[in-house]
Write a protein that binds this ligand. Structure first.
Ligand code: PRP
Ligand code: URA
Length: 209
C-alpha cells in the first residue's frame, strides 16, 4: 500500500488555518498556498538522490553532495493546482512543468478533461502531481490515469487538504502512488465539499465564483 504522509509542521498548520478562514482574501490565500507548498516540498523531496562532487572551499579541497540531477516533473491539475507550482519550482528550478485541465462536473462530481500538455520524457521523470483539494478523489484518479497512460511510472500526489474518502479512492486505483497532505479533514458533505475544508480552492485563489 502506498504511503500517506501528513506534513503537519506547526508553520503549515498555522498558515492552513488562515487559508481556511472565509475572510482571507485571494492575495493572502495565494501567498500562503505557495509558502505551504514550499514547506511540504521539504518532505516531498526528501528521497531525492544525491551525488558527490569535488569542490574547493576557501580552506581546503573536499568532496560534497549535490543533487544527482534525476529529472523531476510537476503537474498541476488546473485550475487550483496552479497555486502549488511556484512553491515547488522555487525549490527545484530545473523541474519541467506539465499542465492537466480537469474540472469536476457539479452534478455528477465526475472529472472532465479539457487540456493536457506534459513534458515529453515523463517515463524518465519522477512526476509530482499537485492539487490543493482531494475530495472524492475522482480528479486525482483521472489525472494519475493520464500520467500513466503517457508513460509515467514514478508518481507522487501532493494535496493541501484531503478527505478520507479521496485518500481511499486513490489507494483503491493507484496504490503505487505516495500521497502527501497537510491535513486529513473529517468528511465530505452532500455536495462533495471537504468538511471543514476551505471552500472552493480555485475560486478562492483566482477570485471567481
Ligand atoms: C477542485 C479541486 C480538485 C477537485 C477535487 O477542482 O481543485 O481538482 O475539485 O475534487 P474531487 O476529488 O472530488 O475530484 P474543480 O473541479 O473545482 O476545478 P477548478 O480547480 O478549476 O476550480
Ligand atoms: N474542490 C474544492 O475546491 N473544494 C472542496 O472542498 C472539494 C472540491
Amino acid at each position: 500500500m502506498a504511503k500517506v504522509t501528513v506534513t503537519d509542521h506547526p508553520l503549515i498548520q498555522h498558515k492552513l488555518t488562515i487559508m481556511r478562514d472565509k475572510n482571507t482574501g485571494s492575495k493572502d490565500f495565494r501567498e500562503l498556498l505557495t509558502e505551504i507548498t514550499m514547506l511540504m516540498g521539504y518532505e516531498v523531496t526528501r528521497d531525492i538522490q544525491l551525488t558527490d562532487i569535488e569542490i574547493e572551499t576557501p580552506v581546503v579541497k573536499t568532496t560534497a553532495k549535490v543533487l544527482e540531477g534525476k529529472k523531476l516533473g510537476i503537474v498541476p491539475i488546473l485550475r487550483a493546482g496552479l497555486g502549488m507550482v511556484d512553491g515547488l519550482v522555487n525549490l527545484v528550478p530545473a523541474a519541467k512543468v506539465g499542465h492537466l485541465g480537469l474540472y469536476r462536473d457539479p452534478e455528477t462530481l465526475k472529472p472532465v478533461e479539457y487540456y493536457c500538455k506534459l513534458p515529453k520524457d515523463i517515463e524518465e521523470r519522477e512526476m509530482i502531481l499537485v492539487d490543493p483539494m482531494l475530495a472524492t478523489g475522482g480528479s486525482a484518479v483521472a489525472a494519475i490515469d493520464v500520467l500513466k497512460a503517457n508513460g509515467a511510472t514514478n508518481i507522487k500526489l501532493v494535496n493541501l487538504v484531503a478527505a478520507p474518502e479521496g485518500i481511499a479512492e486513490v489507494q483503491k486505483y493507484h496504490n503505487d502512488v505516495d500521497i502527501y497532505v497537510a491535513s486529513i479533514d473529517e468528511k465530505l458533505n452532500d455536495h462533495g465539499y471537504i468538511v471543514p475544508g476551505l471552500g472552493d480552492a480555485g475560486d478562492r485563489l483566482f477570485g471567481t465564483k
